[in-house]
Ligand binder design. Structure first.
Ligand code: PLP
Length: 388
């Protein structure tokens, strides 16, 4: 949260520059290893790149259709069927967006009346708070508590009121790396059905599950037609700068979200859409190797941070690991992260930015492990110098 801005509309007061921008700028300035922002340091598959390059050379450089190019919409529908047995009509039930970020923004803007309430789980990805505020809605949070980051169903019940419009869920979950279990998802699904709530699910880490499995909320009884399922190609294909995202939902929900989306970006990234369409059609070997590679990185960083003396919550998914710095005799994650580049040449993110409850998030620090193994080894070696 930042100081009051003289120009900023009241609904956005308190939202300063995102912590990722601040910390990545700090990494650039100091030459520190950036384990703050979640972007890989190697590009994704050449075939995906080549498809985008061919599309640029082939003249696909003007506005694509409002819902996305047909090749990508069909590839998304086939992906949902192949991995989860979920059937969507590529013409009416799939919408391509400018990353998952726009998908979340358009969903909240389209579905919420001013004064409505959005229930989400804390810690939460920072755009959820900003987009809820832009929609004129209010967020109500249910806290995920370590060590397993489970939630108390009575807190979910208490957070739900007559004004609740939707539940906004992220699994696999950033920043904790939690993968919601079948029982937890069944509980959330039953809650949505009982209270007639829409679910908006952010599944951008769907192919980064190391332990357990990813279960889309839309697969649970009564959820298919009340769930707006969001994902994107950024994480799955290591092209975070392309910002190709999508939504799968029933036709009436897609129509509503498209109405908001058309006035945000209208469309974007025509040639990149061709690339991601090819990516979604890659064989299982690609998806398996991607997960295996990232699992090895997780294992290295989790072991390394434990050796350094952090209290580490091993993530079941995503490419983030949360640590508690009290084990190092520290308390203030924000101060710790601001000082870390100077102390040892590593950048991390203070998890407090993901919390309303600053007591909960204060001593927690998030590290990203989507970096080459040698970079992670070097980061761990530098962090070992912390005490000296
Ligand atoms: C949970 C979550 N949702 C959405 C996004 C943004 O996705 P995109 O780059 O596709 O907009 C991120 C990126 O870090 C994320 O962690």
């Amino acid at each position: 949260m930042s100081e009051r801005s003289p120009y900023l509309a009241s609904r956005l007061q308190g939202f300063g520059t995102t912590i990722f921008a601040e910390m990545s700028a700090l990494a650039d300035r100091t030459g520190a290893i950036n384990l703050g922002q979640g972007f890989p340091d190697v590009d994704g598959p050449d075939v995906v790149k080549d498809a985008a390059i061919a599309a640029i050379r082939g003249g696909q450089n003007q506005y694509p259709p409002g819902s996305g190019i047909p090749e990508l919409r069909h590839a998304i529908a086939e992906h949902q069927e192949r991995f989860y047995g979920l059937e969507y009509d590529a013409e009416t039930e799939v919408l391509v967006t400018t990353g998952a970020t726009e998908a979340v923004a358009a969903s909240l803007l389209a579905l919420c009346e001013p004064g409505d309430e959005v229930v989400t789980f804390e810690p939460y990805y920072d755009s959820y708070a900003g987009c809820t505020a832009m929609a004129g809605a209010h967020r109500r949070v249910v806290t995920l508590r370590p060590p397993d980051y489970g939630f108390d169903p009575t807190q979910l019940a208490a957070a739900t009121t007559a004004r609740t419009r939707l539940v906004l869920l992220n699994s696999p979950h950033n920043p904790t790396g939690k993968v919601f279990s079948r029982d937890e998802l069944a509980c959330i699904a039953e809650h949505c059905v009982e209270h007639d709530l829409i679910a908006v699910t952010d599944e951008v880490y769907e192919h980064l599950v190391f332990d357990g499995e990813h279960l889309p909320l839309a697969t649970f009884p009564g959820m298919r037609d009340r769930t707006v399922t969001i994902s994107s190609g950024g994480k799955t294909f290591s092209f975070t700068g392309w910002k190709v995202g999508w939504i799968c939902a029933s036709a009436p929900l897609i129509d509503a979200v498209r109405t908001a989306k058309q006035f945000l970006t209208y469309v974007s990234g025509a040639p990149f859409q061709q690339g991601i369409a090819v990516g979604l059609g890659l064989d299982d070997a690609y998806f398996d190797a991607f997960t295996t590679d990232m699992r090895a990185k997780r294992d290295l960083l989790v072991a390394g941070l434990s050796d350094v003396g952090f209290d580490v919550f091993a993530p079941a998914g995503t490419y983030f690991v949360t640590t508690d710095i009290r084990a190092l005799g520290e308390h203030d994650g924000m101060a710790f992260c601001r000082a870390l580049p100077g102390r040892c040449g590593v950048v991390a993110v203070p998890s407090v930015v993901f919390y309303d409850d600053v007591e909960q998030g204060g001593p927690l620090v998030r590290f990203a492990f989507c970096k080459r193994l040698e970079v992670l080894e070097e980061a761990v070696a530098r962090l070992k110098g912390l005490g000296s």
